[in-house]
Design a protein around this ligand. Structure first.
Ligand code: SAM
Length: 249
């Protein structure tokens, strides 16, 4: 199903191995290639991503998405068999689609407020036959108040959607008690940690760990923040659409 005009993604087997102690199977690599092809095609109509060079796509979209959920060759425990995962503000499908590709025994819900992006993802999941992925159009402030979504997920992923306290308010209400939120960030400072602790406490969570790492090709700094849900989130959270960004906790 690969298109001969689409450049081939690098395999990077050694780098996967050295950095995550993990490598994609041949079938997963084929799906990464199909995803890359779909995104290049989708970019012609939709402004999906500026990252289109094969190496950069590999690092900033594939490696970065998976670095948050693979540790020492294993999935993080919240991504166990049958886990229910939500990717909030998935855009062109990151980090949720690569996670769906490598964790077929989990159910991945890809949420975005933009209908056009979700229409695009619907086509991708059909083309890649990702039976474990489903889409949802809506704002996380509203979805987080709906009983069919509130406090039901094991794992919530969020990348490039807002400040950390906004991400905490979008993710924690959706998690079961004991569930985990992974917030993907660029740089991170100690002062931000204090503000985050304060927000997370109000939402029924705690900051479990903050991992800083360097990306393998461009040596950029990245951080993954892991928030554990330890208590029920008060009913007033998430606040109404727009309030988390206008009045961050
Ligand atoms: N997560 C992707 C990535 O890292 O490549 C996309 C990031 S893009 C900068 C932010 C996305 O979040 C957009 O597609 C936007 O429509 C979506 N978004 C922003 N606020 C949202 C909200 N409150 N609920 C759902 N989606 C939201």
């Amino acid at each position: 199903m690969t298109n001969s005009t689409t450049p081939l993604l690098p395999e990077m087997a050694e780098i996967w191995q050295q950095t995550l102690n993990w490598q994609p199977t041949t079938q997963q690599q084929e799906k990464f290639q199909q995803l890359y092809q779909s995104i290049l095609e989708g970019n012609a109509q939709l402004n999906l991503t500026r990252i289109t060079e094969p190496q950069e796509f590999w690092e900033k979209h594939l490696w970065d998405s998976l670095r948050g959920i693979v540790q020492q060759g294993q999935f993080i425990p919240s991504l166990q068999e049958g886990a229910s995962v939500i990717d909030i503000g998935t855009g062109a499908g990151f980090p949720g689609v690569p996670v769906g590709i490598i964790a077929p025994n989990s159910t991945v819900t890809l949420l975005d407020s933009t209908r056009k992006k979700i229409n695009f993802i619907d086509k991708v999941i059909t083309a890649l036959e990702l039976k474990n992925c489903q889409t949802l159009v809506g704002r996380s402030e509203e979805i987080g108040q709906q009983t069919q979504h509130r406090q039901i997920y094991d794992l919530a992923l969020i990348r490039a959607v807002g400040t950390t306290s906004v991400c905490a308010e979008y993710t924690l209400p959706l998690l079961k008690q004991g569930g985990l939120a992974v917030i993907y960030r660029g740089t991170w400072t100690e002062e931000e940690t204090q503000a985050l602790h304060n927000a997370v406490k109000q939402l029924g969570g705690e900051v479990e760990s903050i991992e800083q790492f360097i990306t393998p090709l461009s040596d950029s700094i990245r951080n993954c923040l892991y928030l554990r849900k330890i208590a029920t989130t008060p009913a007033k959270f998430p606040r109404a659409v727009g309030v988390p960004t206008q009045k961050p906790l």
